[in-house]
Write a protein of this length. Structure first.
Length: 751
């Protein structure tokens, strides 16, 4: 046998030490992340008394894969729809916390005389609270069901999203010697463009692909396909100038909207745990005890900065988001730590060679200390509130709480505002799709056409064909940009309300037409040498043809409906399996009826009966809309549908009707058997005499099963084994038959 590669030896050492240390941390009820960091410290070259890792480069490569899969898993737990439903309050709180903590980190770094990039990256690290550590702390302390815990988790989700954006921004800053405002704005626009493009195209294409391949995908194939999509998006992300982690997160968020999301999360979790452990171990390997001793004072100052900063600015941020003083203090104190994203940002700084080697171990030490202090900070929130409440005037407390309670979580938008937001969103999305389509056609199709029609003589044909194909490709997008929302309720209401509204409404259509014509003008300008007047005329005529074309209209509507179906597929799956109520329930509530779920008990008198036999409509006035059984859903069941134990019935009715129905479900059950002891089954033998009524009859004719509720299990014929009689067997005098039944039934049979 040859010598094992150093990579295998290092992996064995890492996993063995990590396993032992994490078992100890699990016993001590401490976060496993800290266990991995400690394990990395033990196998690092800084611990000369223990075995250490040989090849650091391979470990860092695996750590990069770990970051990628960590963010892929984070994306699988993320939903853009949830963020949109949160309202403004969590967004206000998140932005306030990140801005204040970043500024605080930059100021502290400058006070220590650290470099500009060290200060900027330090601010980013201090702004990121740890989702893993806070979730674990809430779980251990039994606080996960409390209202403030839900608020904290909403802000943490948004923080994780902004952390992804922050990583891209920090990369852009690090790449330029003197980044200015224009470069920052350009980076934000670039992030927004690709994020919207990838999400829209991904939601359209990936669920469609998974739906077509669903019959061919078992767990193994689904895992490989999911990880392949993750890696492909990571490669694409690096090609356009972003990090691989950003691409992995985007792909995770796209797959989170598919029906297969729950299954993918379970399949990917072991992979994420393995590579995530290697990443956190690699974090611990960079901790140098000498640096910790040399930077003991900055570490202490940074710990106090996080505790006091999150306690103060976190409380203010949640109050700005609409929380009372007590709730805001609980939320702010809960976020007083840094964790996994701080490590990832530090790793980014090291890989870009823009931060000092000392900053990484300093941040790790700060994270370890603040993690241990997290439960105590959560417990300290209430005593601090009591202290503040007793020290400041009561009218101040009432004013703060009144300000928080009156904070508008959701405000009714005016028709104009709602219409303009919808038009702006559609124009942005379809504009991005059109831009990406034009770029793809000019990058790939145009060179092919130029090779098919070589030379200057035929170049016009190549350009003309490419131009026509490009306009046909983006035609559904341009039509949707111009025509969508022109027949919406807001548009029609504003049109009817006043003649004054009609000119601005027509102006919105004109602006969108100009934007759509600009795309056609750009295509013509890039591929032809026509005059501007001629190109504008061509653009106007082409746009009119696109608007009046039935093919374009049907294509646009079909694409949009498919996108919406893909976007709602996970919600539909949850409704089918009974995990979420149908969308029409809200409309039923307006008519004083609603939907309720009822589970058929195991001892129900209804089991085995059809809906027609039960006659639930006439008896209780309710309608059974669906029957959920295992992983199947039977919608609009007919009268022949049978009821089985464990079925979940979705029933529509009024409060009174559903109350009566629930009482029937719970009461119409088999009662307790008061003569349970008499139900014991016994085995008896019988010798048929000449006077036995069974002699001369077949087993079927004897009525032993039907009249006496007993069963003949065998006939003794002098052999070692009993013979199994057939229904046509005719009993004879002297037959010895063996019968099974209850004692009382056997006595009646024998007599």
């Amino acid at each position: 046998m040859g010598e094992l590669p150093a990579l295998i030896k290092d992996l064995a050492l890492i996993l063995m030490v990590a396993g032992i240390v994490t078992l100890i941390f699990k016993r001590l009820k401490q976060p496993l992340v800290l266990g991995y960091v400690v394990a990395g410290f033990l196998v690092s070259p800084h611990m000369p008394y223990l075995a250490s890792v040989v090849d650091h480069q391979d470990i860092h490569t695996w750590a990069d894969i770990g970051v990628m899969f960590l963010l892929f898993s984070l994306g699988l737990d993320f939903s853009f729809k949830k963020i949109l439903k949160m309202g403004a309050s969590p967004i206000i709180s998140t932005v306030t916390i990140i801005f204040c903590m970043m500024m605080l980190g930059i100021i502290v770094g400058q006070l220590f005389g650290w470099s500009k990039m060290d200060c900027i990256f330090l601010g980013g690290m201090l702004a990121m609270s740890s989702t893993t550590i806070i979730y674990k702390a809430f779980d251990d302390m039994g606080l996960r069901q409390q209202q403030f815990a839900g608020l904290v988790m909403s802000v943490l989700i948004l923080e994780d999203i902004l952390a992804i954006v922050m990583m891209v921004m920090l990369s852009a800053i690090a790449s330029g010697n003197n980044p200015d405002g224009g470069q920052m704005i350009g980076s934000v626009v670039k992030i927004g463009f690709f994020l919207i493009l990838w999400f829209v195209v991904g939601i359209f294409a990936i669920p469609l692909f998974l739906r077509k391949m669903r019959k061919l995908m078992n767990n193994e194939v689904l895992l490989i396909v999911s990880l392949g999509l993750c890696c492909a998006m990571s490669v694409l992300s690096t090609r356009v100038g972003f990090s691989s982690a950003f691409g992995a997160f985007v792909m995770g968020s796209i797959l989170a909207e598919t029906i297969e999301a729950e299954k993918i999360i379970k399949l990917v979790e072991p992979v994420k745990n393995l590579f995530g452990a290697i990443f956190f171990v690699s974090v611990g390997m960079l901790v140098d005890p000498k640096i910790l001793v040399d930077y003991a004072f900055p570490i202490l100052v940074l710990v106090l900065t996080i505790l006091l900063g999150q306690g103060l600015f976190g409380t203010i941020a949640f109050m700005l988001g609409g929380e009372t003083l007590k709730s805001a203090m609980k939320c702010g104190f809960s976020m007083a730590q840094i964790g996994e994203f701080s490590f990832i940002i530090a790793s980014l700084g090291l890989s870009l060679h823009v931060i000092g080697d000392f900053l990484y171990p300093v941040v790790v030490a700060v994270s370890v200390i603040t993690t241990f202090l997290t439960p105590y900070m959560i417990k300290l929130a209430t005593p601090c509130y009591n202290y503040v409440e007793n020290r400041i005037p009561q009218k101040w407390v009432r004013s703060l709480n009144h300000l928080a309670m009156s904070h508008p979580n959701t405000t009714e938008k005016s028709k104009w505002k709602k219409l303009l937001i919808q038009i702006g969103r559609n124009t942005l999305i379809y504009g991005i799709l059109s831009s990406a389509s034009v770029a793809l056609m000019f990058t790939f199709v145009l060179p092919i056409m130029q090779r098919v029609f070589p030379g200057e003589k035929y170049q016009w044909y190549a350009n003309a064909i490419t131009g026509v194909l490009t306009i046909l490709l983006i035609a559904p997008f341009l039509r949707a940009m111009v025509m969508k929302k022109n027949h919406s309720e807001e548009f029609k209401a504003l049109w009817k309300e006043s003649n004054v509204n009609r000119i601005p409404l027509l102006f919105t259509i004109l602006v969108r037409m100009v934007i759509a014509m600009a795309f056609i003008f750009y295509i013509c300008n890039h591929l032809t040498r026509f005059s501007n007047a001629l190109m504008i005329t061509i653009g106007f005529i082409a746009l009119l043809l696109i608007i009046v074309s039935r093919w374009t209209k049907h294509r646009s509507i079909r694409l949009e409906r498919l996108f919406i179906l893909n976007l709602r597929s996970r919600d539909i799956e949850a409704q089918v399996h009974g995990h979420k109520r149908p969308l029409y329930e809200g409309k039923l509530l307006d008519r004083n009826i609603h939907i309720a779920d009822f589970e058929v008990p195991a001892n129900s008198l209804w089991m085995g009966k059809s809906l027609k036999e039960l006659n639930l409509g006439n008896r209780y006035g309710v309608h059974v809309s669906s029957i959920l059984r295992a992983n199947r859903r039977l919608n609009i069941p007919d009268g022949s549908s049978l009821i089985f134990p464990g079925d979940k019935l979705q029933v529509i009715g009024s409060d009174e009707q559903l109350t009566n129905f629930r009482h029937a479900v719970e009461s119409e059950v088999f009662g307790e058997d008061m003569e349970l002891e008499k139900r014991e089954m016994k085995l008896r033998s019988m010798i048929l005499s000449a006077s036995s009524p069974f002699v001369g009859k077949t087993l079927q004719e004897s009525g032993i099963r039907d009249h006496y509720n007993c069963m003949v299990v065998g006939i003794e014929e002098g052999k070692e084994n009993l013979s199994q009689p057939k229904p046509s067997y005719r009993f004879e005098k002297g037959d010895i038959i063996w019968v099974v039944g209850e004692e009382e039934s056997l006595q009646q049979l024998i007599q």
